[in-house]
Write a protein that binds this ligand. Structure first.
Ligand code: DCP
Ligand code: MG
Length: 388
């Protein structure tokens, strides 16, 4: 075994949101079920494999999904329930595995390297999958291979209700015949570029000199070339070490202006939520910190359903501020942090606010991308009023 070769399990729930809905109402089992924003402007979050037979897929406009599969059962969904089960699965895994990374709301990586001498990795993963099925009652698939990328592709290939091991000598023969579309992180525009060059299968991609890939697509091209060749050195990042994002502000002169603090918090959260959406991440935990003039520092934290939408985060941050600001004393600093970050698109958290609100956020983000983060703000935000 080369030093870089690992034993990585990738696990991903099958049709996650739909499976949770089926758990709540067993009459949905075996039917074409589509979850997402119900208006014509909405998009599909998740769909059952029965609906996929008609060409429906995640991120497709709802209007198109209705045309392709008019007999489907359309469900608006509940982020609270999905977040609850997402945490259940994470907790179950956390108790049983050495190194766990939560990559998205329904996806985990486990690094079994080193443990493989004591356990059979495949047997261990099969038992884990069965435990999730028995104790949580949600279907899940896994791939076991030498690194994160290959394991994820293996999972995707054996879904739904699948499990599969691809050992080192099998990696290239497994990857070669697959479409380059199966490489995680290969977006639509790159696919078109490579297709135009006649590159459609992973095998063809492996034949391109890496420096040419770099010339055409830069660092991303090189990374795709590596993935096509079964190379991925990225580590499984343990849950507790996963990043958070935060902002804090120290005032020029200490202040007791509660209304002003909330405006400042709103502004900080707005910027953080924008950053989350830019990184295609969701948060499940908000922390507010304050520092009194005497340097005493206190924090309040709350778990929330996965989201990257301003309104939910602002409300929570203000609530936490009210809880944490107990002494009527001058403050010198206020800060806010978003943690428990996982990958995921903001439409995922659409079930909280109205779709109108969601469309507004999308437009505001477009303006920010064009003209900078401060180009557009909520009317309530005038942070300059506070002594900073
Ligand atoms: N999701 C979403 N919008 C997307 C993609 C996903 O809201 N564009 C949500 C709904 C999914 C969940 O994230 O249920 C997990 O995403 P997956 O890509 O793992 O999709 P599924 O679990 O639904 O199906 P699969 O069996 O292909 O994993
Ligand atoms: Mg899934």
């Amino acid at each position: 075994m080369q030093l870089a070769d690992k034993h990585i399990i990738h696990m991903d729930q099958d049709a996650f949101f739909v499976s949770v809905e089926i758990k709540k109402d067993s009459r949905l089992a075996g039917k074409a079920v589509i979850i997402g924003g119900l208006s014509d402007r909405g998009v599909v979050s998740s769909c059952s494999y029965e609906a996929r037979k008609f060409g429906v897929h995640s991120a497709m406009p709802m209007r198109m999904a209705r045309q392709l599969c008019p007999h489907a059962i359309f469900v608006k969904g509940s982020m609270d329930d999905y977040s609850y089960y997402s945490h259940q699965v994470t907790e179950l895994l956390q108790e049983r595995v050495p190194i766990l990374e939560k990559a998205s709301i329904d996806e985990h990586y486990i690094d079994m390297t080193g443990m493989d001498r004591f356990f059979g990795c495949m047997k261990f993963a099969q038992e884990l999958r069965k435990t999730i099925l028995d104790q949580i009652g949600l279907p899940i698939s896994f791939g076991l291979s030498i690194n994160k990328t290959v394991s994820k592709i293996v999972t995707n290939e054996c879904k739904p209700n699948g499990e599969k091991e691809v050992s080192k000598p099998e990696v290239q023969p497994f990857l070669n015949p697959l479409s380059i579309k199966k490489i995680p992180g290969l977006g639509d525009s790159t696919f078109i570029k490579l297709s135009e060059m006649g590159v459609r299968k992973i095998h063809t991609l492996t034949q391109i000199p890496p420096d040419l890939m770099f010339k055409i697509l830069g660092q991303n091209g090189l990374s795709l070339w590596q993935k096509a060749n079964g190379i991925d050195l990225s580590p499984v990042v343990p849950y507790r070490e996963q990043k958070s994002i935060g902002k804090q502000s120290t005032f020029d002169s200490d202040s007791m202006d509660v209304a002003g603090m909330k405006v400042l918090l709103t502004d900080m959260v707005t910027k953080l939520a924008f950053e989350l959406r830019q990184q295609h991440k969701l948060t499940a935990c908000v922390t507010v910190t304050i520092r009194y003039a005497n340097f005493e520092t206190v924090t309040q934290q709350a778990k929330i359903p996965y989201t990257s939408l301003d309104s939910i985060l602002i409300t929570k941050a203000k609530e936490l501020f009210d809880k944490v600001y107990q002494k009527r004393m001058l403050l010198r600093l206020v800060g806010v942090k978003l943690s428990h970050l996982v990958g995921g698109y903001e439409q995922i958290s659409l079930y909280g606010p109205s779709e109108k609100m969601y469309n507004l956020y999308q437009r505001m983000d477009k303006i920010r991308n064009l003209y900078g983060t401060d180009a557009v703000r909520l009317a309530t935000v005038f942070p300059d009023k506070i002594g900073r």
